[in-house]
Structures are given as C-alpha cells and as structure tokens.
Ligand binder design. Structure first.
Ligand code: AHR
Length: 531
C-alpha cells in the first residue's frame, strides 16, 4: 500500500509532468510527420510504360493453366485462352509481355509451336512434357486479347541465327515468301507487330555459360541477321533489339556491361542494339530461400532491405552505360525482377510456386519507384512472372483465380504509365528492426498525359502509421482522391477462399493552405491524384 504522502507527491508529479509529457508527445508527432515537396514546374523524363512489363515463361503453371486451357476446356475461354485472366490483365494495361522465357527461350524451337505440334521436354523447369500447344499464334492472340505487345526472346543458346531470322520472317515479312504463306495458312495473313526482341537470355548462365566476349560475337551476328522485315516497323517504329546484360553488381557483371557497351560505341553499320537487359531477383540466400508465407517482421525487414539494392545496381550499370552512351540511346531493361522465395510446400520445386503478401506489394512499389527515378535510362522492366510463378500478379487453381497484392500495386500504378516524372524532396525518416534501418517512407510523383498530378506513397514501417504533409508548387490543389493497399499482418496474403484480405481501399486526404495531408497506414502503398 502506498503511504498517503507518497500518493500525494505522485499526484503532484503527474500534475507537473502532464504538460511536459504532452509537449514531448507533440514534439515526437511533429518530428514524425513526413514532409514531401513537389514542384510541378520542374518536370523530369517520361516514365516509360514499358517498366510495367510482364514476363510469361513456359514454366510450371505460368502458361499452361495460367493462360492456356485449350478451346475444349470447361473454364470459359476465347480460342483456348482463359477469359478471367484476360479480363484481370486488361485492367492493369500490360504494356508488353516477355515470352517464351527465361531459360526456356534458349531451348525453344519455334517451329514446334506452329501447325502440327511436336511434344517436347522442358528440362529447365521440372523436366515435364512441353506440349507446344501454346505457340507463336496463341501467344500473339493472347497479347492481342489483353491489349499488350510482344517482347520475344530468341534462342541464342541452342538455336542458330538462321532459325531466329526465319522466325522473324515468319512473323513480320510482307512479301509472299514460303514462310509468309505458311503464316497465312495458319490463320494470320497480316504481319505481326514485334516491338521488342531479346537476343538470348542470361547467356552468362542458363543461356550457354558464355564469356562476355563470346556473347558479344553472338550478339553482333544475331543483330545483323535477325531483322524485322515489315517496312511499317522501321524508323521511329523500329523493333528494339535488347542484348543480354548483367545479373548483379559484382566485378563479373560490371565487366559484362563494359564489354557490350564498349563494343556498341565502336559498332559498325552492320549491327546495333537499343537495349541492354539486367536481371535482379530479391533473394537473400539461394540455397535456403525465405518463405513466402508464415514469416514475421524480421523477414519483412530483411527482404525489403535486400530489394533496395536494386537502386545501387541500376546506378552502377547506368554509370557504365553513360561512359559509352552519354546520350542515353540504349535503354536499361530490367527484364527479370521480383521476389524469389522457397517453393510452397507440396508444390513441384521446378515450378517456382510461391505466395504473394503485402510484403511483395511494398517490394513492388519500391522497385517501380526506383525505375521511375531512373526513367532517363530505365525504359523497360518485366516482373517475374505474370501468373502462378514467383512474384505473380495472378494465381490460378483450375477454374479458380485470385489477384495478388502485387497485382493491386500494378493496377494502382496505371496512371504512371508514360507520365512525366516530377522530382520530389522528402525527409523520409527511418524504420528500424534490430540492425536493419530503412527509409521509412518512399514517394514518387508524376504528371499524367492529361496533366493530372499523381503521387505514390509507401510506408515501409509495419507498425506505425505516418502522417505525410505534401507542399505543392506550381499547382492549385483543390481535391485529392486515391486508394491505399495495406493488410492486417506483414505476411497477409490473398487466397482462393479469402481473396480480398489485401485489396485497395479509398483513402482520404485533406487539403489546406495549398498543403495536402495524408495518413499512411503501416506497411501500405497509396496512390493519390491531385486536381
Ligand atoms: O524466372 C525464372 C528464371 O530466372 C528465368 O528462366 C531465368 O532467366 C532466371 O534465372
């Protein structure tokens, strides 16, 4: 029992300390408020819509079941392509789809996927049978149905320049050659549009384990002979040839970028390229990958720390490219990126099946923001992969379909496609988990093609909401509306039974005296438009 005198002095100290505690609290809150300044009068480069590209490899259920169910399936489809998936993809305005791989591309022989199909193997991914029922025409039909464009990867590893050149003749030529007649007999008399062409895939590894010099020789040969033959796809509509680029930041990869870019600078008329690819997955230990479900805050922080390495990688390889291409003619195309976790228990390990949580949504936003901030050089990116594989947009199980948290980020970011980047200044604050300290908030701004200003705001902190105060210069802001994506737990996911656990909700913002105030929920991604 506390003696009366002590009780009294305790009461007195509460009375005296009360205002001090309140003051300290206010101070902490004031410091906690994140300040963001946006000056619309200082526009940056265009955020190329192609940074929102997708990747669909013949891998696990990525193509078969994910896209292709065949015309006789009970699953509603159009010419064999599932309607639910098409509708979902149309809504995120997929600018391009990279196909048929990945490692698969360097073992793909296009003739097996037209006319009478050859049943082959997929040795890279589970050693399963490849029926080739989804081939060139089915892929082109698919991208047409979703309103996208083709980014084909030609086989450099086990194919020949002739095989690749003939594929391009089959696809794009207009004169009545035997191949063009064959294309017409297979249902497509008009040439196909092929705006992007990858020359090999990871040629330093699964694509043939080549040295930079050996690959360079292949690149110059393929670039010379693998042409787009359609006169309408020349000049400003020219097909972009994308060379294999680095897969990391170590010496081996900087040497790779240096070798290719140096040769490009000294190129002769007979070869050229317009892009250099880069692959970078968010994975901490390849031999003991993190789980995609059932993890805690520590793993959340570790993965987000790892994913932010993309910034250094892009900066490092852009700097090498700047040396040989100061005019930034060559795009850096990050055509494989995303989280790579351990296969879900019970799944075929060769099928790369993982879940997708709010952690992946935050990860996606952080990476898209990095690409947007490097819009002067990064003009393409393809998340791996579109359906049922790695950091997917969509998961299917026979007739069932569920949209992932990452899908919602891509949908919220649609207004950033081809928008003009607006630089921002931000006092991000920090989020700390034990020895990991990360910027607490990330933000980008852009002006869309109709002149509307958009902000994307990410609160990395999984425990605390953040109030953000946005000062706007060059715009008379009257209203702000938007959506926010958050979830109850760091490992919250959408499932077939509970598909809306992580789904965007409307967000309210206050505008007063030209300043916008928004409360960002913990572990959230918000996109707002200001008018
Ligand atoms: O996306 C899965 C694989 O990762 C791709 O096939 C390959 O290019 C990369 O190593």
């Amino acid at each position: 029992m506390i003696p009366l005198t002590s009780r009294r002095s305790k009461l007195a100290s509460i009375v005296v300390l009360g205002p001090i505690i309140l003051f300290v609290n206010l101070l902490v809150f004031a410091q906690d408020k994140v300040q963001l300044s946006v000056d619309i009068s200082k526009p940056g480069p265009k955020v190329d819509r192609n940074i929102f590209g997708q990747f669909a490899e013949h891998l696990g259920y990525g193509v078969y079941e994910g896209i292709w169910v065949g015309p006789d399936s009970k699953i509603p489809n159009t010419r064999g392509i599932r309607n639910d998936v098409v509708a979902a993809l149309k809504a995120i305005r997929v600018p391009n789809v990279r196909w048929p791989g990945g490692c698969f591309a360097d073992e793909y022989h296009w003739r097996k996927g037209i006319g009478t199909r050859a049943v082959t193997l997929n040795p890279n991914w589970g050693g399963v049978v490849e029926p080739n029922t989804f081939g060139t025409h089915e892929f082109m039909d698919f991208i047409d149905q979703i309103g996208s464009q083709a980014y084909l990867s030609v086989n450099v590893g086990s194919g020949t320049p002739q095989e690749a050149a003939e594929w391009l003749e089959y696809l794009t030529a207009i004169q009545p050659t035997t191949l063009v007649k064959e294309r017409a007999a297979n249902g497509h008399p008009a040439p196909y549009k092929i705006p992007m062409l990858g020359i090999g895939n990871e040629s330093w590894d699964c694509g043939g384990n080549m040295t930079p010099e050996y690959y360079l020789r292949q690149l110059t040969i393929y670039s010379r002979f693998v042409r787009n033959f359609d006169p309408a796809q020349q000049g400003k509509n020219q097909m972009l040839k994308i060379a294999v680029g680095p897969g990391g930041g170590e010496a081996r990869w900087t040497e790779w970028t240096d070798t290719i870019m140096k040769a490009w600078q000294k190129r002769q008329w007979s070869w050229d390229m317009q892009g250099l690819s880069m692959h970078n997955y968010t994975v901490i230990n390849w031999d003991n990958k993190f789980a995609s479900v059932g993890f805690g805050e520590r793993e959340y922080a570790q993965i987000l720390k790892e994913t932010l390495k993309m910034e250094d990688l892009v900066t490092k390889h852009s700097a090498i490219m700047d040396k040989y291409d100061p005019e930034k003619k060559i795009s850096l195309v990050v055509d494989e990126w995303g989280s790579w976790y351990a296969p879900l228990p019970g799944s075929n390990p060769g099928f790369l099946v993982q879940q997708n949580s709010i952690r992946d949504a935050v990860l996606a936003a952080l990476n898209l923001n990095i690409f947007a901030r490097h819009a002067d050089r990064v003009r393409g990116a393809n998340i791996a992969q579109m359906i049922n594989v790695l950091q997917a947009m969509i998961m299917t199980d026979k007739e069932k379909v569920v949209l992932s948290p990452t899908y919602h980020v891509f949908k919220m970011y649609v207004p950033f496609q081809d928008a003009t980047f607006i630089p921002v200044t931000l006092n991000a604050g920090t989020y700390t988990n034990s020895d990991i300290t990360l910027p607490r908030v990330d933000a980008i701004a852009a002006k869309d093609t109709s002149g509307k200003l958009w902000l994307s705001l990410t609160n990395v902190d999984p425990n605390n909401a953040v109030e953000i105060e946005v000062s706007l210069t060059g715009i008379n802001a009257n209203s702000a509306t938007g959506e926010t994506l958050t979830a109850p737990k760091v490992d919250s996911v959408n499932t077939f039974d509970a598909p809306n656990t992580v789904t965007p909700k409307p967000i309210s913002a206050k505008i007063q005296g030209g300043k916008l105030t928004i409360k960002m929920e913990p572990k959230s991604v918000s996109v707002v438009s200001i008018s």
